[in-house]
Design a binder for this molecule. Structure first.
Ligand SMILES: Cc1cc2nc3c(=O)[nH]c(=O)nc-3n(C[C@H](O)[C@H](O)[C@H](O)COP(=O)(O)OP(=O)(O)OC[C@H]3O[C@@H](n4cnc5c(N)ncnc54)[C@H](O)[C@@H]3O)c2cc1C
Length: 314
């Protein structure tokens, strides 16, 4: 239901990136961190951001991150630049991934820091326009310059940043999947309603086989994606978040691609109206298209799935 209306997740306080951030604050936060950040997040009084991706390093390979955290007495000093920190404009706290020990083994180099957005040295440089559109919470570019973070504001232990971030991704992704299915479902409904009322060249669009093919194929694809997402959620509940990663990756790839395809057809059936902001299809398509990159590009998930599958048969 949340995906059918783009602003619903914010109203019901289950939107990205807050849900994922709340999950790891609940799992790894100290009582003091939970009191300061988790409670107001749960009560919907503040918003948060997750700052991992950087403009100069590939988000698909976070072992190359450049943002540094250097220990100085009872604090860490952060320096670096992030972008695509969703929601930073309205956030009170950012969960920042930074390299705290460059000499450690690759997966033990980074830590996760809780950084208030009003801390000295934090500058939100801009909201990066995405597909020609600037969202109000922002896909933000953020600079961290000599930002002092008290040692107690580390989320999880030093060197465990990847493990904590990984714990965030599964739950975050399944929420994205559910929203994608909701959007695609609404697109099928809108496509059918439009086809049933628009008369073109002597007949309703609904009577034309090409349009019927759009509608039927879209319904088949939405139901297939819905079942895969439900399966991923069930696997998370029964086997655990970690073990569920292949199911989550499969659902993430299929749900985002399905939403893109179905929304594209719905736009086509609506003609010019479909690409205007008078109907929500264009905004939903933008969201679905972005989903093929955010929280892991399709190819990253497919590479991991192929590796997993090949290991079974080699
Ligand atoms: C709208 C939006 C919101 C976002 N929100 C956040 C956020 O809140 N916080 C945050 O930290 N990040 C966020 N991101 C960043 C997102 O996670 C990264 O864009 C994504 O991980 C890809 O990283 P990159 O952009 O650096 O592309 P790169 O890592 O440079 O990858 C480019 C392309 O290379 C290909 N590729 C990568 N790896 C492989 C592989 N193994 N095999 C084959 N092909 C491959 C893929 O096609 C990929 O799209 C957001 C991104 C977008 C677009």
């Amino acid at each position: 239901m949340m995906g059918r209306v783009l602003w619903a997740p914010e109203v019901f306080n289950c939107s990205a990136p807050d849900t994922g951030n709340m999950e790891i604050l609940a799992q790894f936060g100290t009582p003091a961190q939970q009191e300061r950040w988790l409670r107001p997040l749960l009560e919907g009084r503040i918003r948060s951001g997750f700052s991992m991706t950087e403009p100069m390093t590939p988000g698909s390979d976070p072992t190359q991150l450049k943002t540094r955290a250097v220990r100085d007495g009872d604090a860490w000093v952060l320096d670096g630049r992030k972008w695509f920190t969703t929601g930073a404009m309205h956030a009170s706290v950012l969960l920042v991934v930074a390299v705290s020990d460059p000499e450690a083994p690759r997966h033990r180099r980074v830590s996760l820091f809780l950084v208030p957005t009003d801390a000295p040295g934090v500058t939100i440089l801009r909201s990066v326009p995405v597909l020609g559109h600037i969202s109000s919470p922002g896909e933000c570019e953020v600079e961290f310059k000599d930002v002092r973070v008290p040692a107690g504001d580390l989320l999880g232990a030093a060197g465990e940043g990847f493990a904590v971030a990984q714990a965030r991704l599964g739950p975050g992704r399944i929420h994205h999947c559910m929203r994608a299915v909701g959007m695609a479902d609404r697109a099928v409904e809108m496509m059918a309603r439009r086809a049933a009322t628009r008369t073109v060249v002597g007949g309703l669009l609904a009577e034309k086989q090409m349009i019927q093919d759009f509608i039927a194929r879209s319904r088949i694809e939405v139901e297939a994606a819905r079942l895969l997402v439900l399966h991923a959620a069930w696997t998370m509940d029964t086997a655990g978040k970690k073990e569920a990663w292949p199911a989550i990756s499969m659902a993430k790839v299929l749900a985002a691609q399905t939403a893109c395809r179905v929304l594209d057809r719905a736009i086509q059936v609506h003609g010019g109206l479909g690409v205007t902001d008078d109907v929500p299809l264009a905004a939903m398509w933008r969201y679905a298209r972005i989903l093929r990159l955010g929280d892991g590009a399709d190819e990253v998930h497919k590479a991991k799935l192929a590796e997993h599958e090949l290991r079974r048969w080699r």
